[in-house]
Design a protein around this ligand. Structure first.
Ligand SMILES: [Mn+2]
Length: 287
């Protein structure tokens, strides 16, 4: 299967299958043109895939070997640097093609800045959006731009999708007021625990789209990201919530966004790659 707007790039270090036979399909969206602080998320998909070389394919916790699973990697979206709308259009078309080629496979998007969550959400049309993020991302505009990484949750909300945000520790008053008005759930990183996650997510309509902005984690694990914030969550507190989510709710798609960097072996990419392996492993075991 050829995808019109994709190109071949470095592959995930796992045995891969064709899209038609896959249970999981990986797509990179290497766009970072609206990044306002630390650039480099355009290298995220490449850096995450390269970092998988460092990982064992057997996941101890789940007794699952990813090498036995049916995973496809269709490469990266052919983005248009500096043009979010054209890139979004191409992203939507590609995820739609993917769903047509194999409606049963779980799409896993590797970013790229957080704005690139929009194409898979629009194409997959979930009922709810669960996001781990340091930021509310509920601004109507940022730097006078609607199609900006800082506005992604707002754009998703405007699609009529229910939203729950976890690990938050940054936002402005306008966003808090918008969240209140639209009944958007959000839990501050200081107040976060798995019990609170379950309490909110158990009542969300399905299917759910899961977005993980890598900046949700403690800064020591993710120094290379667009807008780093101190005071984040630990790896295991996020994994525990994801296990509950994948076991109990229907998932439309998943993304791992805002991994940036310019060097192979960057800590942030290692965190992203480990998260990717855990997500695939837990879906195979628990989903
Ligand atoms: Mn963020």
């Amino acid at each position: 299967m050829e995808f019109f707007y994709t190109y071949e790039t470095i592959k995930t270090a796992l045995p891969l299958v064709d899209v038609e036979k896959a249970d999981f399909v990986i797509l990179g969206i290497p766009f970072d043109s609206t990044t306002s602080y630390k650039p480099g998320a355009r290298f995220g998909p490449t850096l995450i895939r390269q970092a998988t070389i460092n990982l064992e394919s057997y996941i101890l916790d789940y007794d699952v070997d990813l090498a036995d699973l049916k995973i496809a990697d269709i490469g990266d979206l052919d983005i248009v640097a500096g043009n979010p709308l054209e890139t979004i259009k191409r992203g939507i078309a590609t995820v739609e093609e993917l769903k047509e080629a194999n409606p049963n496979a779980l799409p896993i998007i590797l970013g790229g800045e957080h704005l690139m969550t929009y194409p898979p959400v629009k194409a997959l049309n979930p009922k709810s959006y669960v996001v781990f993020d340091a930021h509310l991302d509920l601004r109507d505009t940022y730097q006078e731009e609607k199609w900006d990484h800082a506005c992604i949750a707002r754009r998703v909300s405007e699609l009529g999708i229910e939203i729950a945000e976890f690990g938050i520790r940054s936002g402005i008053k306008e966003e808090v007021e918008y969240a209140k008005e639209k009944k958007i759930h959000w839990i501050h990183a200081r107040d976060y625990n798995v019990g609170k996650f379950i309490e909110i997510v158990k009542d969300l309509p399905e299917p759910i789209y899961l977005s993980i902005d890598i900046d949700v984690f403690d800064l020591s694990m993710v120094p290379s990201t667009g807008t780093p914030e101190a005071g984040g969550l630990s790896f295991w507190e996020v994994i525990e919530a994801l296990e509950w989510l994948i076991k109990n709710k229907k998932i439309a798609g998943i993304d791992i966004m805002e991994v940036a960097g310019t060097e192979l072996g960057d800590i942030t990419a290692l965190t992203g790659a480990k998260l990717l392996f855990y997500l695939i492993g837990m879906k195979a075991k628990l989903g």
